[in-house]
Design a protein around this ligand. Sequence first.
Ligand SMILES: *Cc1c(COP(=O)(O)O)cnc(C)c1O
Length: 443
Amino acid sequence: MSGGPTLPQQRRIVTEIPGPGSRARLERKRTHVADGVGTVLPVFVVEAGGGVLVDVDGNALIDLGSGIAVTTVGNAAPAVVERVVAQAASFTHTCFMVTPYDGYVDVCAELAGLTPGDHPKKSALFNSGAEAVENAVKVARVATGRDAVAVFDHAYHGRTNLTMAMTAKNMPYKNGFGPFAGEVYRAPMSYPFRDALSGPDAAARAIDVLEKQVGAGNLACVVIEPVQGEGGFVVPAEGFLPAVSRWCTDNGVLLVADEIQTGFCRTGDWFACDHEGVVPDLVTTAKGMAGGLPLAAVTGRAELMDAVHAGGLGGTYGGNPVACAAALGAIEEMRSHDLVGRARAVGERLGARLRAIAEEHDVVADVRGRGAMMAVELCRPGTTEPDAARTAAVAAHCHAQGVVTLTCGTWGNVIRFLPPLAITDELLDEGLAVVAEAFAATA
Ligand SMILES: *Cc1c(COP(=O)(O)O)cnc(C)c1O
């Protein structure tokens, strides 16, 4: 068996989903894996490639989630596999803090070139998105000599102690896990569907909260997802990010863009901040960066990154050589296949189909997103009252028909689409036809 793009790019359903093989394995999972680790769609995967996942029962599913925006370049992308195999055969670990190697420095050099702004930049590498966010806050606190951290309603920044405090939603991310880290303050986000505010007005509202409740002089950083992920694919109104950015600059507050879900071509730019020309002081990246291997980074203005004393940043596995090789392979795929352009094309196709579904089904109250990061928000017709039950029903129908869709949103009433950019137009159309069918079947 082998995955990668040679795997037939077709949906093929040969058993019910999950099939007997997956159901038997689910029993084993229940025995050995902690119940707190959930699964959205319990089919056990044996190979994957492009936009297809194949399970133990021989079903081939269409992937519209990319393992949560990770396999942007496609599953088992050739340049990733090739470099990972070569690197794993050479050496698998030294710990960069003990004896360094080129791959780590190569990834940091790529990050300096690709992230927004042409000022001198440096990076530090980590294993997970949450770890990158934690380290961005560490850098911001040392560089500014201030403690307070501002985040937004609906934000998602991870599940570690500090990032739980930064994440907005209680269930399932925070419930019972407190006490949480201090000095984290929440401001209202620009959410055009729900607040109908212009970008500048929404920014003024957020800035007022920060000035009155925290004080600009106490703030080390404002951490924001330029398009929110878990929180519901909330795209702030035009002008919101530039206004927040300007206020940060005027007040010595660092702007940290959490581009963990939006980065690396997903939104039709290398980074979502590029859309309005916003240049953050620090950027966190992970998910799409390394084609599926665990790698994350903080990239920022060189003088800010260098504010931290030697030994203050790092970790045993951060910037593992195999993960760095994967990232260099993924970036090669992004360049050679123009995945920025591909994300825009996928976004147009996706947007058109989702708007057509919205025309037919008044439960779809909003279609939004950017590039290959699109979503529909479901509400009781004619209201903004979230319809989580219908959302779950639509997703379940898609799953039963062999299409992997993910939900999100503070109220669990958003279906998000994050197809791998290696997906063919035919496969994407077929997946979206199933989604349309799911809306009809659950009406
Ligand atoms: C997924 C995500 C994180 C956390 O990343 P992990 O690798 O799961 O720790 C942080 N921020 C954003 C915007 C994310 O989407």
